[in-house]
Design a protein around this ligand. Structure first.
Ligand code: ADE
Length: 226
């Protein structure tokens, strides 16, 4: 998969993809990430990318011209399956959305800043609008990093058996069960006996029951989701 990201703060995206699972995905050639600086596509003085909003009011709006220059330049080189705008008024990201996006080929992500981007760009170029939650960040970069991470780890061949995404929280609309490692007894706090029994059928049952309990207790809304 190839992911391109357009940003006015590319420095913010230098590190998130250079560690752990995403680093491995890139090294294996399963994921390519390119960050593009929006200012490079501005033909205005001082590489301006934003302007006052029509109708008045506080806050700047990202202009059409640099955004369109950027996307049209990139589209000459890559056919994108989705053009994603990260915005708090988008559809809220969940595991199902990440699963769906991990099956696509190439993605373009646009990070907003200030008051956001000119509505006409959203109408004519953006195919998906995604929020990472009901809160407002200073810009779309950290949201893009979260989205790329949630997708990248699902790409076939990225995770091995030990890190398999099959047992992640949310994969069956259930939270993950509790996990334990050595020692069996820490200050008298013991690991549940069943996990030491070697009976894998019973262990699976226990894990499922615990996942169910935890979900009912913390996120009953997930049990109503199809
Ligand atoms: N930009 C600012 N806040 C955001 C959010 N919650 N999700 C996605 N993009 C954003």
């Amino acid at each position: 998969m190839r992911i391109d990201i357009i940003s006015v703060l590319p420095e913010l995206l230098e590190s998130p993809f250079s560690h752990s699972i995403l680093k491995r995905a890139k090294a294996k050639g399963l994921l390519e990430i390119n960050v593009h600086h929006l200012r490079q596509y501005s033909t205005f003085k001082h590489q301006q990318v934003d302007d006052y909003q029509f109708g008045g009011g506080a806050g700047m709006v990202m202009m059409m011209e640099p955004l369109v220059n950027a996307i049209e330049d990139l589209q000459k080189q890559v056919a994108y399956d989705e053009v994603i705008y990260l915005t708090p008024d988008g559809k809220t990201l969940d595991q199902r959305m990440a699963n769906g996006l991990s099956l696509k080929g190439n993605l373009l992500m646009i990070c907003g800043h200030y008051k956001g981007i000119d509505e006409r760009f959203r109408e004519h170029f953006v195919t998906m609008e995604i929020s990472i939650g009901d809160f407002v960040l200073s810009g779309g970069e950290l949201a893009a990093a979260v989205l790329v991470d949630s997708i990248g780890r699902l790409l076939p061949g990225v995770l091995n058996d030990e890190t398999s995404a099959l047992f992640d929280s949310f994969q069956d609309n259930l939270l993950a069960p509790p996990v334990y490692t050595r020692p069996e007894d820490f200050r008298g706090w013991k690991v549940p006996e069943i996990l030491l029994s070697g009976d894998h059928r019973k262990i699976d049952e226990w894990r499922h029951d615990e996942a169910m309990k935890r979900t009912k207790d913390r996120r009953p809304d997930l049990l109503k989701k199809q």
